[in-house]
Ligand binder design. Sequence first.
Ligand code: T1G
Length: 699
Amino acid sequence: MVSSVVSYRRVGRVGVITVDYPPVNAVGVGVRSGLRSALDAGLADAWADILLLTAAGRTFMAGADIREFGKPSQPPILPEVIAAFDASAKPIVAAIHGTALGGGLEVALACHFRVALRSAKLGLPEVKLGLLPGAGGTQRLPRLIGPAKALDMILSGDPVTAATALELGVIDAVDDGDSALDAGLRLAERALAEGWAPRPTSARTDKITDIDPALFADRRAALAKRAPHLFSPHRCVDAVEAAVALPFADGVARERELFFACMESPQRAGLIHSFFAEREVAKIPGLPADTPKRDVRAVAVIGAGTMGGGIAMCFANAGFSVRLLDAAAESLDRGVQAIRRNYEASAKKGKLTDAQVESRMALIRPTLSYDDLADADLVIEAAFENMEIKRRIFAELDRVCKPGAILATNTSTLDVNAIAAATRRPQDVVGMHFFSPANVMRLLENVRGAQTADDVLATVMDLARRIGKVGVLVGVCYGFVGNRILHQRGRESMALVDEGASPQQADRVMTEFGFPLGHFAMTDLAGIDVGWRIREERRKSGDPDAQAVNWLDALAEQGRYGQKTNAGIYRYEPGSRVAIPDPAVDAMIAADRAKRGLVPRAVSDDEIRDRCLCAMVNEAAKILDEGIAARPVDVDAIWLHGYGFPAHRGGLLFWADQVGLPVIAEAIDGYHARFGGSHWELSPLLRRLVLEGRGFRDL
Ligand code: T1G
């Protein structure tokens, strides 16, 4: 061992450098200094004619240690270590398995030859963290594969397969073995036998000569459309342009400047918070990581509608056999056909092969009989949002399902405990709240009922990971966490329109903030009828909090449900999702205001942004105070993965901390003084944090 996490040894005439720093061999200070010492050991080893860099564990180096960012950097810095590898007097082979990402791939690019196992993935995901490849990646990759292909990899941040990496020229060989060390030794032996000399990537120029500058102008123009808010993608283009325009050393210096500009950008902190939020929410306070889980192989879904179909696809995509039950043959057939259409659309886009379409369809087995659910390990009910219907279904499940089966409801608003009470096994009942379209949206709110057993919670949190979702555990209340906060944004957006704003203005403010869609365009996407039916249910049930009928309800009464009817708050050309403002709706809003005696005024963009976000933050603080969400990071992950909160802002409560809770609390107190209403009463938690000079990050 030349350091606690890097070793050097010789195998024949090959000096083998092995990184071993679980879980993902992140290139932190220990790995950097270990790499440096190991390289020196290899260069000094008279018996070693060639060097081999590899890693132990499940993956090659998966990038710089993200936890070190924002802290004072400790020598040696990665570019220095990498420059030493590039300049090595002995040829160096890198052998890759798992995921060679970011700084890890940059180390491999500084080696002279690269081999990867066929199952390996290679990528530069820094842009997803608000950064750019800051250890030579923007200078070496273009020298290997050309600036256009390099920009494709760097701007998407997505990894490529080993086969694609070979095709592109990132690596020299793909090995079908299952040991990176053996693959590396094979390539090293071949290099020795054929007398391969060191081949520093920094010296390569054939791929960066005579490049049309229009390439960079085109990429900048495309970015201005695709990611107008984001800082680092534009810096990535600057860096690759420097690789073409400048000598290597100057290009590396320019890359470093741009890297630090990204490091300083608040977007970096936001995106790294989002990265860790997604991982942190999987760990449940008070539920040990080794809590036993129930064995789930056979899944059943009740309701073949939009949600049920999407949920069935999630499990089939992950290889589960799925029973899909519906009350009527006709709706069952319709549901199965919709699933097939969905898969065939993916196949048309090249995302699936025809064989994959058929194998997933084969996993989804329709049925009209509850008796076919007797062997299910997990049943997810996705029927109509009506308490009576759901209780009837759960009573039936209680009758037919085997002991130990998990009974889950996909309700988005109803009381999970009341549903559980329809069974004799409430400990097996849990909420699994998917988001539409369920086969696309990554968020899964797992809802802990008052009696839900710990092993059920551990199982559904693990299942979220297995079906590629971000599972977040929440408590029972109306709308759980996501929809309860959404309700406040909706209420405030409607109030702002009452006062004089237009839906278009409110939506523009939200998209300029970074949301993919504003509240009203999102309502058109989800369907105005969904909210309208829930409001009608509450009005009919005499709920005191039920909203009075307004212009949005009037749209629904006219059958304007949004995108699905090509008309809602906006108009849509058939087959298009482009929202077209409709003067008829402006007229309805004006008429509604007049009917209610409201006199419109000019409303500023700042007021719209601040009132909508403050209403959301205040509600989120109340949710934390009630324990419905355990940590601020849970709220952030829910809005990042379920409601399009801009990741470069880190999440709702991360953003609130950036703004400063005293500023937010003062604004909320101001709105309470102006508008009244319990929703503007400052959450006790927010007041406490301000008094204590703390932020959500301190919770
Ligand atoms: N640094 C620190 N910790 C990391 C890490 C990293 N790069 N990658 C993963 N972890 C932790 C993670 O938080 C989790 O911890 C555990 O490892 C397992 O991860 C100079 C500037 C590699 C594909 O962006 O994409 O290099 O929760 O749950 O699903 O140019 O992790 O168990 O405590 O995600 O199997 C670029 C980030 C850095 C890759 C594995 N690299 N990682 O996925 O496991 S910037 C990245 C991933 C850079 C240079 C620049 C994934 C993975 P815990 P996991 P997984």
